[in-house]
Design a protein around this ligand. Structure first.
Ligand SMILES: [Zn+2]
Length: 91
């Protein structure tokens, strides 16, 4: 019986102890690094600069920077593509 304890039960207890220890270390490491992740600011929804304007033809929101624009009655109207702009001009 003494042989059984030394060969099987004792190593098992050591293994369980080490596992609990590792779990504790890992948990404290995770809780220490969690607030840093939360403090990170959310990425802005639009990566391109400028204002969002609605394309009156297809309803898509386009950025005033890098989009197709057309002056209509002294006001700039923005389109997602030249095809939409041509449709708007034809209407
Ligand atoms: Zn469009």
């Amino acid at each position: 019986m003494k042989f059984l304890f030394v060969e099987i039960i004792f190593p098992l207890l050591v293994l369980l102890f080490l596992r609990a220890l590792l779990k504790n270390i890992f948990a404290s490491f995770r809780s220490a690094s969690a607030p840093r992740g939360q403090a990170r600011p959310a990425a802005p929804p639009i990566s391109i600069g400028g204002e969002l304007k609605k394309d009156p033809v297809c309803g898509t929101y386009v950025s005033t920077v890098g989009s197709v624009s057309q002056k209509v009655n002294g006001q700039l109207v923005y389109f997602c593509s030249t095809a939409c702009r041509d449709k708007y001009r034809a209407a």
